[in-house]
Design a protein around this ligand. Structure first.
Ligand code: USQ
Length: 399
């Protein structure tokens, strides 16, 4: 299948290009390299060294025997998107080309407005270009489990049947996102659902949980093929941060009580699920939603798992909860469905500890790079609309 990946230079995009190429798909991709710039803005870098794109593309060709049709460009530029689609004629479009960080979107008004315009405009351009050039193609859009928030009832996959004043309907499940970033994904979901309805486009909106992991098998031992691994307060996800913290002897940092529950999944599971979605497209006009995660854990449980594996490897990891810089519930009900992918054959990784072991072993190689940027680990971006630079937060006790 011809698969176009928007955001191919990122954490998921670069891994997916390899996962799909290894399975015989033809890949094209676009990127503006903004992720590299945002992480520099955080005064950080990826723990795994990320090569210039030309070098990545050469390594890709050596390993998979075929080229990626790559163009540097901005999804906010409609002509760029339409022309690329005309040239490549994609059958599937995987859209990762968005600003993915909740804290980054909360820094101040500029970061908020940037996040929402970048994400929403890029998606609208993709929808219009699909309609114009390849209306039969399948849009696989990366949404987030965070669109739902943490309601006190079960979370279905996108839609639920509701009875109100004696009448019934199947409606989109209410969204209660927790950051400007997460709301940008909600706005995208609404726009995509509408485009499918009026133009007959087909799309899978992936409500993905928090991903962790340093590698997939397809990367082999070629360092040039590694994907990025961020650990700063904005672009590092919780488990990736805990692993990076463990290898440099920094305390693991659950925020607040650490009882926040989320769906988590290893990088290899994310690749497996996305491929299942791509290879099983919806029908014309269908907008479907997949909740994509392996299992629900609390943040504290995951810190304990990282601590256990790290200590087996000879580290002396300690968990030190810090004051929560976010506004989020720290005690809540959380029971999201995730049947659609299982029904299509998703086989979840069950041994999370061996996944963590691989991560910690990989990161030991890059210990010096993490150590060099350890000042970026503690968070100072708050949800209150004011940024306090370099403010150390007071440790609190886990209850
Ligand atoms: N957390 C900690 N300690 C840390 C970092 C985070 O306790 O050092 C907590 C957060 O407070 C939150 C949970 O861990 O309760 C998850 O935080 P995160 O930074 O790993 O994930 P989040 O901000 O939700 O965003 C990440 C990705 C985003 C994706 C989302 C999926 O950056 O692109 O959409 O995960 S989900 O969380 O399901 O919305």
């Amino acid at each position: 299948m011809r698969v176009f990946i928007a955001g191919i230079d990122g954490y998921l995009g670069w891994a997916l290009a390899q996962y799909l190429a290894a399975r015989g798909h033809e890949i094209a991709g676009a990127d503006l390299f903004l992720r590299r710039r945002w992480v520099e803005e955080m005064n950080s870098w990826s723990a795994t060294p990320i090569r210039p794109m030309e070098e990545r593309l050469r390594a890709f060709k050596e390993r998979f025997g075929k080229e990626i049709l790559f163009k540097r460009g901005d999804l906010r530029d409609y002509e760029f998107v339409e022309n690329f689609f005309r040239e490549f004629q994609p059958e599937a479009i995987v859209h990762f080309g968005e600003m993915p960080s909740a804290p980054y979107s909360m820094i101040d008004v500029d970061h908020c407005v940037f996040t929402q315009t970048n994400n929403i405009v890029g998606t609208l351009n993709i929808l219009y270009a699909m309609k114009t050039v390849c209306p039969e193609a399948h849009l696989v859009k990366l949404g987030t489990m965070g669109e739902y928030g943490t309601p006190n009832i079960d979370i279905p996959e996108g839609f639920f049947e509701i009875e109100y004043r004696g009448r019934k309907d199947v409606l989109p499940f209410p969204r209660q996102a927790g950051s400007w970033y997460h709301w940008s994904k909600v706005h995208d979901s609404n726009n995509i659902m509408f485009a499918c309805r009026i133009w007959g486009l087909r799309s899978t909106d992936i409500m993905q949980g928090v991903v962790f992991g340093t590698r997939i098998d397809e990367m082999g031992d070629d360092e040039r093929l590694l994907t990025r691994f961020d650990f700063d307060q904005c672009f590092g996800t919780a488990v990736n941060r805990f692993c990076a913290q463990a290898v440099i002897g920094h305390p693991l940092t659950p925020f607040g009580k650490g009882h926040q529950k989320r769906g988590f999944l290893p990088l290899r599971d994310s690749m497996q699920c996305l491929t299942i979605a791509i290879e099983n497209p919806p029908k014309e006009g269908e907008y479907r939603v997949f909740n994509q995660f392996q299992e629900v854990y609390t943040v504290y449980e995951l810190a304990e798992k990282v601590q256990k594996v790290a200590n087996e490897l000879g580290f002396n990891a300690v968990i030190q909860p810090i004051e929560n810089p976010r506004k989020e519930l720290e005690e809540h009900y959380y029971n999201p469905d995730h049947r659609h992918l299982l029904d299509l054959g998703y086989q979840p990784t069950t041994d999370v500890e061996s996944e963590l072991r691989v991560m910690l072993q990989d990161l030991m190689k890059y210990r010096d790079r993490i150590e060099a940027k350890k000042d970026v680990i503690l968070p100072d971006v708050r949800w209150d609309g004011t940024r306090r630079k370099s403010q150390f937060l007071v440790p609190t006790q886990a209850s």
